[in-house]
Ligand binder design. Sequence first.
Ligand code: UT7
Length: 309
Amino acid sequence: MPQSVITNDDLSQIVDTNDEWISSRTGIKERRIAREETLASLGSEAAKNALENANMKPEDIDLIIVATMSGDHSLPNAAGEIQKEIKAVNAVCFDLNAACTGFVFALNTAQAYIKAELAKNVLVIGADVVSKQIDWNDRSTCVLFGDGAGAAVVTADTTGIMGIAAYSDGAKGDVLTCKLRPINNSLRKDPVDVDYIKMEGQEVFKFAVKKVPESILAVLEQAKVGIEEVDLFVLHQANSRILQSVSKRLQVPMEKIPMNLDRFGNTSAASVPILLDELNRKGAIKPKDKIILSGFGGGLTWGSTLIEW
Ligand code: UT7
């Protein structure tokens, strides 16, 4: 995580908002915002920690996938920058953009590479510095997001991914957007604007509370696992009300749906691995636990993956 903590009260100095509104509508109390840190530095730190945790050397990694929508450069890709920093000299490197669903889709991709025997040890990183894509005058979005990175090492093993349910609906992509650099060449005379994240919050909210439970039920059906057999639901950390709604719809107690969005806000592709790492480090996950990982967001994209720890 970046060092700088920005509280709701800090934000109330910047835009017309207050702690009561942000806390009650989202559950967020504070978030980390990058100052000196970059996407690559956050991702590299997470990658080093994941390698240490997995007791592996950088040269053991043969594929690095970075799920991000906010790399430092268009070229080189973030995965290549992280490869350079951690000296994972044997890895193939690419980025994948599926917004807040990115880590889940990257994990699925790692699984597919391993199954196809194209890779043995994959470093999967979810990282976003959304703070640079936000309009800091827009109170409806700037209070929601935070920056961060999380990583996991995925290896060929007998346990692991038990089922995948992944979806996209590009036709509804307009509800959550941020343009890249527009065409800007000598043939165009009109001025070039910088764009920021725009979101139709209620549309995204309605989409999330419907599609997240559906995707969870779909992956459980596929894996022939009952919902009561799932130990933890590690869901994208966008809004506590979305998670409470999922709990209610699926009749799963909130104790099984952990949250850290109060401290980190919505960190986009990083939210699932950051939470997974926190749970792992505090001993909340046991071997053989069944865990649902679920992402949803821009694209629109969404999906759930069932893993056995
Ligand atoms: O990771 C991507 C996935 N994203 C999400 O999951 C986000 C899903 N959506 C949401 O979480 C919620 O829709 C929000 C938290 C973004 C907004 O909550 P809401 O209950 O849908 O509020 P709203 O947009 O309907 O706004 C209600 C009022 C408006 O004022 P009026 O028109 O009623 O006078 C807004 O102008 O709240 C106002 N408002 C604010 N007031 C104080 C909007 N943002 C703020 C703010 N502080 N930061």
